[in-house]
Design a protein around this ligand. Structure first.
Ligand SMILES: [Ca+2]
Length: 259
């Protein structure tokens, strides 16, 4: 089971480099506009008044009436950009210094009844002790909340005859051997165990790679219908450090249930 999940996640990331601009829940094209723009994925119309946030840079701006926006900040490494607008699914994508070398167009999707935004905040797991060569590579502004994150939420109004997915909008900083082999970090001599996902106390997945829109199917037998369910994300630890526990410092944003 573990192996199957890893392969599914991997296939996600074996897309060409341009995949950074193509993501779950949206479309993005480079260089088709004179300025960055947020559009409605269905209609192609600009989305005005959308909130664009880079939590790590403590930066916020809004799109104009036609959906255009300028980013007046240095990204400095790898970061998560969030797009929020009422009646649309909260959206995030991983960005770096190169993302905005040409204007980007980001398509966002209308929200529907079958999706639940469980948590749209950004979190840092770990111990604030990390290498400059880690897949984070940027400057951490956020303090760690510790090695794990737990959230409870009620699952109702879902169609339980269809699969239910947990979607992590974006996750950065994972320093597994696989992340290193994929060139996601540059740490020569160390790697970490993967973050683990628990659902109602059962481990359901490991996350080997950084990226956007990682979907994890919730085993239907574990779902408590119309009751409180619990998700826990536990970060890995540096497997080369035995003198003390060095947790892998990771950041993630947007926990969504899709059905
Ligand atoms: Ca650490």
């Amino acid at each position: 089971m573990k192996k199957v999940l890893s392969i599914i996640l991997l296939s996600f990331f074996l897309l060409p480099a341009a995949a950074a601009a193509t993501f779950q829940g949206g479309v993005s094209e480079q260089g088709t506009s004179s300025s960055n723009r947020i559009i409605d994925r269905q209609t192609g119309e600009g989305v005005g008044g959308a909130d664009i946030t880079l939590p790590k840079q403590n930066y916020h701006t809004k799109t104009d009436k036609q959906g255009y926006f300028e980013l007046d900040t240095e990204i400095n490494g790898t970061s998560i950009m969030s797009v929020k607008k009422e009646n649309y699914k909260p959206f995030t994508m991983t960005v770096n210094d190169g993302t905005f070398s040409a204007p980007i167009v980001v398509g966002i999707e209308k929200s529907n009844a079958s999706g639940i935004a469980v948590d749209t905040n950004m979190y840092h797991l770990g111990d604030n002790n990390f290498s400059d060569l880690s897949a984070n590579a940027g400057e951490f502004r956020m303090q760690s909340i510790g090695p794990f994150y737990t959230r409870r939420f009620t699952l109702k109004n879902l169609n339980f005859t269809k699969p239910v997915y947990l979607v992590i909008g974006s996750i950065i900083g994972i320093d597994t051997a696989m992340a290193r082999s994929m060139g996601q970090n540059k740490i020569p001599n160390a790697f970490a165990s993967p973050p683990e996902i628990y659902f109602n106390g059962n481990k359901i997945s490991e996350i080997q790679l950084n990226g956007d829109g990682q979907r994890i199917r919730l085993p239907s037998g574990l779902i408590k219908k119309n009751q409180v369910n619990e998700i826990t994300i536990k970060t890995g630890r540096n497997l080369m450090q035995t003198a003390y526990i060095d947790y892998d410092d990771i950041e993630f944003m947007n926990i969504i249930i899709e059905n």
